[in-house]
Design a protein around this ligand. Structure first.
Ligand code: SF4
Ligand code: FES
Length: 271
């Protein structure tokens, strides 16, 4: 057994006027996670400590918090891998705090709702009359597959410097969801989502810090999704869709559309 300190930023929106730090001693053993350390504190030292978790296996996304100044999943972070005698814990940055390590995620989910995060089909429900199923090729699946791994944990939102300076910025999670559906061959909702993509607090405001991609616990690349949407907006400006052959108007007929289809490098390549 090894004793280490958990230094936790505590706050209750119901009773406290300001946050404060409290330190607890935790008995650790190899393989123990930060989440298990929190459970030990609640069972042995302070039953009022609040955080959120459910699956304990990196799937539900509810235990995301700031661990030693990095947004991470508490259930997926082993204490020994932090190589520290003191672990600091805070609720996710860039969100209001409900209590202790519990952020209020409603601003993120309201933005997510606003971008229409579902398949939109011209003419109504899925599938269209006469279609028994909506088939996709492996290539079409790969267009959006990695973006569909998002578990809505909010770690990318906490890491985003643009969101830190502009609370109205849509942020990496809702923008990744936007691209996930725009790039699905079964979806025809680009024009419906375009207003959100093109708005003042949207993709043009991204400075490409790529912190979202660096911290994502599921290997999603939100920075790449945002760059791809910038490309899609330019293509749309020239009356050209990635999904259909070029149909430029007379004004745009001289544009080299193939050059607009050049691959966008990924934030992971950048880093
Ligand atoms: S993109 Fe990654 S970090 Fe952001 S909400 Fe989804 S899973 Fe979490
Ligand atoms: S408890 Fe579900 S991701 Fe950590």
């Amino acid at each position: 057994m090894n004793q280490i300190k958990f230094k936790i930023r505590r706050y209750s929106s119901a009773t406290d006027t300001a946050p404060y730090w409290q330190t607890f001693s935790v008995e650790t053993e190899p393989g123990m996670t930060v989440l298990q350390g929190l459970q030990q504190i609640r069972e042995r030292l302070d039953a009022t400590l609040a955080w959120r978790h459910s699956c304990r296996m990196g799937v539900c996304g509810s235990c995301a918090m700031i661990i030693n100044s990095e947004p991470q999943l508490a259930c997926n972070t082993q204490i020994q891998n932090l190589s520290a005698q003191m672990i600091t814990l805070e609720a996710l940055w860039n969100f209001p705090v409900a209590k202790d390590l519990v952020p209020d995620l409603m601003p993120m989910f309201e933005k997510h709702r606003d971008i229409a995060p579902y398949l939109i089909r011209d003419g109504g429900d899925l599938p269209k009359p006469g279609e028994s199923e909506l088939r996709q090729s492996p290539e079409e699946l790969n267009e959006f597959l990695q973006f569909s791994s998002c578990i809505k944990c909010g770690a990318c939102m906490a890491a985003c410097p643009t969101l830190a300076n502009d609370p109205h910025f849509l942020g990496p999670m809702p923008l990744t969801a936007t691209h996930r559906y725009n790039s699905d061959s079964r979806d025809t909702g680009f024009s419906k989502r375009k207003e959100k993509m093109d708005g003042h607090h949207s993709i043009a405001h991204c400075h490409y810090a790529a912190e979202c991609t660096r911290v994502c616990p599921k290997g999603v690349d939100p920075a790449r999704a945002i760059q791809l949407m910038k490309r899609d907006l330019v293509l749309d400006l020239f009356h050209f869709s990635r999904r259909s052959p070029a149909q430029p108007c007379d004004t745009c007929a001289t544009v080299d559309h193939d050059s607009l289809k050049a691959p966008v490098f990924t934030a992971r390549e950048k880093n």
